[in-house]
Each structure stands twice: as C-alpha cells, then as structure tokens.
Design a protein around this ligand. Structure first.
Ligand code: UD1
Ligand code: UDP
Length: 362
C-alpha cells in the first residue's frame, strides 16, 4: 500500500509551493497524493491561472469556503476538512505556510490523530498581531514533521522545544519553483511592453499585508513613497488592497499615480521581478523571489521572517511610518552596489524532492 499524503492548499502562495511538492510526491514510488483546495482564494487570477500554468493536478476536493472573517473562514474550513479527512483516511496531512487554510488543515488532522507535516515550518516574525504568526506557531506545534527552509527557521523550532528528530531542514520550496519555472518565464516581455516598462527601469510593488492595507496612514505613506520614487512603478493589486482603494477615494487618488494592474500569473510575475530595478513588497514569497533573481528588495514591514536576506543586505526593512524614511530605503537599494550573495541560503533547489523522500521513508 502506498503512503497516502493529503495536501491542503487554499491561497496563492500555496499553489506555487504545492506545484513543486505535488510534482515530487507524484514522481516518487510508494507515495500517493490527494489534493484539497479549501477555496480561500477563488478568483481565476489568484487560483485557476496557477493550476493551469504550473500544471498542478486538479484538486480532488474543492471545499469552496471563500472569504470571511478569520473565525468564520477557519471554522468552515475545519468542518469541511474534517469530513474529507474522515473519508480519505490519509497517512499524512501536508500543510503549507501560514494562512488560515494551513491552520485549519493542521488542527482538523491533529484532532483526528492524523499526523501533520508542515512545509515552511519554523518561520517567525515574533509579532503576534499578524494572523500569519498565530497560524504558523500553532501549526508548528500541532505538526509531527517540520520541513524548514532555513537555518534560522530550524533554530526557532529548537528554541521552542520541538524535538530535533521532527525537524528536517530541506531548503525553500519556493526556490525550487523559481528554478523549475524560471525558463518558461524567460522572454515573456508582453506585459512589460503593454505597460511601457523598460528592463531595469521600473519598480515592481506588491502590497496586501493586513497591517498595511487596513491602516490608512500606513497605506498612504507607502503609496506616496512609491509615487515619489522617481521611477515607473507597476503594482499588481491584490483584491484585499483593491477593496480598500475602492472604498477610500483619497487612497485611490494616491494609487492612481502608479501603474495599477490586475494580479498576474506566476510566469508573468517572475518576468516582472527579473527585469525590475527594485522590488518593493510586504509579501513573504516576493522578498525571496527578488533575491532568487538578484534584484534588491525593500520590504514594507516592521520585521521579516526571512532575516538572512536583511543580514546579507539584499533586503531592507522599511517600516511605513513616514514617507521620507521609506524613500531613503528605496534610494539606498537603487543606488548602493549590490551585496555579495550566498547560494546556500535556501538549499540547492531540491527541497520538494527531500520532502517526498522523508515522507516515503516514514
Ligand atoms: C491570505 C493570507 C496571507 C497570504 C495571502 C496571500 C490568511 C490569514 N492570510 O491573505 O497570509 O499572504 O493570502 O495572497 O490566511 N478576495 C477576493 N478574491 C479572492 C480571495 C480574496 O476578492 O479570490 C478578497 C476578499 O475581499 C477577502 C480579501 O480579499 O475578504 C482577503 O482575503 P483572505 O483570503 O482573507 O486574506 P488575504 O489578504 O488574501
Ligand atoms: N504572485 C503572483 N502574481 C501576483 C503577485 C504574487 O504570481 O500578482 C506570486 C509571487 O510570485 C509568489 C506568490 O505569489 O510566488 C506570493 O504570494 P503572496 O504575495 O500573495 O503571499 P505571501 O507570500 O506574502 O504569503
């Protein structure tokens, strides 16, 4: 009997991670995967485009949960994931990252005594005001197998008393994805051309973190700084941010000075990242993708889980307190020489294969 792994995904970054892990699980003899989509993200440009472009298998179960408050969403997911777990009786539940879909999957499985494996374990911001921090801490402590991306993440878990036998430092699956799909993104110039963007001549921005979108003062600082940066700025708008701009004319007026576009697929995103002079973001994944392409990054947050990039100098933290300080970070990132890099930070691009090998050996 193959070892049955039930993977639970629901939000955009989880589709990118599952694309490479699912591929590795299905390629390894002795493993069988069932894929569950909670439906946390449901717009075509946040979900369907990733399944199509990245060749992710169609989900075996689509729970259609949709949006809601944290409690509503997580509660509905718990009910529906539990039913699927009872029907499928997997050997492992595999969850990714730090969204509400991650926590619901881990909690539902742990209560049914189904072992939980967590991809991207051990990341910490040490900021409990972030919903993601609650999700990742609780998931790590419900998990039986913890797949960490970095030295820092492994160390965080050891400090929290997680047994080292449960921790497998495999590298970052997002690095695997950037390597696997990078060639397909090469030469994708249509989006740049459509918006008059010259390679090396624009800033790519993404903003969706609740601490920024739900605080008008912070969002105003960020949009003003981007508009004053002295370069073209392209901003694929996350629906959370779009909703705030639609409801707030003053912020919309600031944002309209930028090139606002719909969320793009992963291949277009890789192409936009690769040719940017600077990446400006509050995304977890995009911070690293900038480094994978050796493009400097400014992160619009008070802290980051990916501390190694700040230590190396490829990423700068710019807490959005005032326009001048955010602009100073952007100018430094644009003007100062690029720092040295370190090829070993995120593993060698075999994180997914390592995850499959560990699960197959269980
Ligand atoms: C979620 C994750 C966040 C992750 C992000 C990736 C949680 C708590 N947050 O944030 O960690 O970085 O995904 O993108 O799990 N919406 C749509 N269409 C969709 C999905 C959402 O319009 O397909 C709108 C809805 O108005 C919704 C809002 O976006 O209320 C926020 O969606 P939600 O899934 O709650 O959180 P994200 O901000 O996407
Ligand atoms: N991404 C994308 N299109 C976009 C914005 C992001 O394909 O318009 C990709 C990005 O390249 C990365 C992932 O989505 O692989 C990151 O997701 P997001 O920023 O939504 O979430 P986070 O990483 O912050 O949890």
């Amino acid at each position: 009997m193959p070892i049955h792994v039930l993977s639970i995904v629901g939000a955009r970054p989880q589709f990118v991670k599952a694309a490479v892990v699912s591929r590795a699980l299905r390629a390894r003899p002795g493993l069988k995967e069932t894929l569950v989509h909670t439906g946390q993200h449901y717009d075509d440009n946040l979900s369907k485009v990733f399944f199509e472009e990245l060749g992710i298998p169609a989900p075996d179960h689509n729970l259609g949960i949709g949006s809601g408050s944290h409690g509503e969403m997580t509660g509905r997911m718990l009910v529906e994931i539990e039913k699927v777990l009872q029907t499928e009786q997997p050997d492992w539940a595999l969850v990714y990252g730090d969204t509400n879909s991650t926590l619901a999957g881990a909690l539902a499985a742990a209560k049914l005594h189904i072992p939980v494996a967590h991809v991207e374990a051990g990341l910490r911001s040490y900021n409990r005001a972030m919903p993601e921090e609650i999700n990742r801490v609780l998931t790590d402590h419900a998990a039986d197998l913890l797949f960490t991306p970095t030295d820092d993440a492994s160390q965080n878990l050891v400090v929290e008393g997680i047994p080292s036998s449960a921790i497998h430092q495999v590298g970052d699956v997002m690095y695997d994805a950037a390597r696997l799909y990078g060639p397909a993104a090469e030469g994708r110039a249509a989006l740049l051309e459509a918006h008059g963007l010259k390679p090396g001549g624009y800033i790519l921005a993404t903003l969706h973190r609740a601490e920024n979108t739900d605080d008008p003062a912070r969002l105003a600082v960020l949009l003003t700084a981007l508009a004053q940066a002295g370069q073209a700025v392209v901003l694929p708008l996350h629906p959370r941010t779009r909703a705030v701009l639609d409801a707030t004319p003053d912020l919309a007026a600031l944002a309209n000075r930028l090139t606002l576009i719909e969320p793009v697929g992963y291949l277009d995103m890789l192409a936009l990242e690769r040719s940017a002079a600077l990446v400006f973001t509050d995304s977890g994944g995009v911070q690293k993708e900038a480094y994978f392409q050796r493009v400097p990054c400014v992160t619009a947050r008070d802290e980051t889980e990916w501390v190694e990039l700040v230590e190396l100098g490829w990423n700068r933290l710019a807490p959005p307190t005032d326009v001048a300080s955010v602009l100073a970070h952007m100018h430094a990132a644009l003007e100062e020489p690029l720092p040295d890099d370190d090829d070993d930070l995120y593993g060698g691009g075999q994180a997914s294969e390592r995850i499959a090998a560990v699960l197959a050996g269980m």
